[in-house]
Design a protein around this ligand. Structure first.
Ligand SMILES: [Ca+2]
Ligand SMILES: [Ca+2]
Length: 103
């Protein structure tokens, strides 16, 4: 509330309510919440397509507003896909341990 007073004698005053709305600034990058500090997932090399990695990627955004975090997989040689919304990683190709052991 703000009060205004004039310089008269006696001074006359009036008040008004002031509502301040705080506008969010995007100052926080998404933070991953990995179990034990990092994600690890093991899949047998004979996994079918769309085999689900047993660890879901989870990140949160401390800004809350507009915190819909989306995911994108970098690397993986096209053998994996991540759901942009759920963070679930699935196989998108056939794995061959004799060709590559880990990603
Ligand atoms: Ca943010
Ligand atoms: Ca913020």
């Amino acid at each position: 509330m703000v009060e205004a007073a004039d310089g008269g004698s006696p001074s006359l005053k009036n008040t008004v309510n002031v509502e301040v709305t705080i506008i969010n600034v995007n100052e926080h990058a998404p933070a991953f919440i990995p179990p034990n500090g990092a994600y690890a997932c093991s899949l047998p090399e004979d996994s079918a397509l769309n085999a689900v990695c047993d660890q879901t990627i989870v990140a949160t955004d401390a800004d809350h507003e507009g915190e819909e975090v989306s995911y994108r997989l970098l690397g993986g040689n096209g053998l994996f896909e991540i759901d942009a919304i759920t963070g679930i990683v699935v196989t998108a190709g056939l794995l061959d341990r004799e060709l590559k052991v880990s990603f």
